[in-house]
Design a protein around this ligand. Sequence first.
Ligand code: FAD
Length: 402
Amino acid sequence: MDILGAGLSGLSAAIVLASSGKDVHVHEVRQDSGARFDGDFQGIENWTSERDFFDEMREWGLDPESFKSDPFGIVDLVHPDDVITQPVTDGVAFRVVERGTDDHCIDQGFKRMAIEAGVKIHYGVKVDPSDCDIIAAGPKESSAVAFGEIFETNHPNHVTFQLNDKLAPGAYSYMIIIDGIGLICTCLWRKQRKSSRFLDETIAWYERHYDLDRKPIKRVGGKGDFSIPNKYVSEGRYYVGEAGGLQDFMWGFGMRYAITSGVLAGKSILGELDYEQEVRKRLLPLVKSSATNRFLMNRMGDRGFKAVAKYWMRDQHRTGDGLRFMRLIYKPGILRRMMWPFVRLGMLRKGTTPDGRSYVRMPFRRALKRDDWEPSREAELVALEWKMKQNEGGRTSFQAGD
Ligand SMILES: Cc1cc2nc3c(=O)[nH]c(=O)nc-3n(C[C@H](O)[C@H](O)[C@H](O)COP(=O)(O)OP(=O)(O)OC[C@H]3O[C@@H](n4cnc5c(N)ncnc54)[C@H](O)[C@@H]3O)c2cc1C
């Protein structure tokens, strides 16, 4: 068996197959698993099913103890008018993991599991996708980008999620702090010139509201590709993870889709299920719900975001559980199904891949007039501080064109 891409989806498929005795080769263009990322924190969500995702992983033979993770049941939710409230749940809402090539990163945990299962991983190679059984090569085009800064801080472990159309056009920013290392990241769902000004302004915002004592280390980022293909298996090849369009259109929480789809593809090749059917039954309804939510979010500005934040907190007040709202908005109910034709027509564009598969994808939206603003004095200082850090060797591992 040959797999293209040694990221989360490719390695998940490889582990399932090799554990059942298959001879598995994974071909990775980069020098290591996780090298696409540079030590940024990401959250594995726990709201698209009632079942805890780590229990699901264990059932599939994947060991969640093979990498470092930090569970969270509480976040600061920042409304567009800077009001801060706290959604909270008794269980685990999400777990923060690190992406990259250090030992404790999730990518390296999956690499170790794969090697233990007998998978042969070939790094730094280019192979023809048509020679592979599973395509797990991650995003191709940009529908959105995220930029972040990693820094040292004295602040205790913490997560903030901010809905703000100015700092993060069409989306959200976040701050994650784990064991003295912080990440402040802004997501741009509208394409911008001079994108670093959004990160500078976002950092300035967080500095105003939290006692961070921030010392910049490096800047990171990446792109997200949001598409829905007409087939998940084509000419005998299985498309998994973001290469198969399996991503969360609303917030970009793609890791769970990547791991799940990799496992499903592996099991399908072993004859335990039908990948095309299983993706359509289990993952596509969630992807469509998230796309419908994204369609609505694209029509909102800060006033809409405020209404969402208020509704979220009202729901928590009524039910006593801050996670219920997140579960609710991914539920593929009748209303979302009725909206689907409008979402398809209004947000997604048709296309064809070079190997002849057709898809609909969310293009990177154009900037709006309101995205043009002058940076604050504090943001200018953040930019200056970063320039100085760059002169001392601080690196940026992602440009919008990546
Ligand atoms: C900045 C940022 C923040 C994010 N935050 C979150 C988050 O908080 N929560 C979350 O769930 N998701 C998050 N995501 C999304 C998540 O990272 C992806 O959805 C997930 O990694 C997709 O997994 P994958 O296996 O499809 O792709 P990847 O994990 O990217 O793996 C694809 C692999 O294929 C390799 N490859 C590419 N082309 C080729 C080729 N031609 N030949 C061989 N190998 C190739 C790549 O080098 C890579 O190693 C974030 C993404 C970004 C960019």
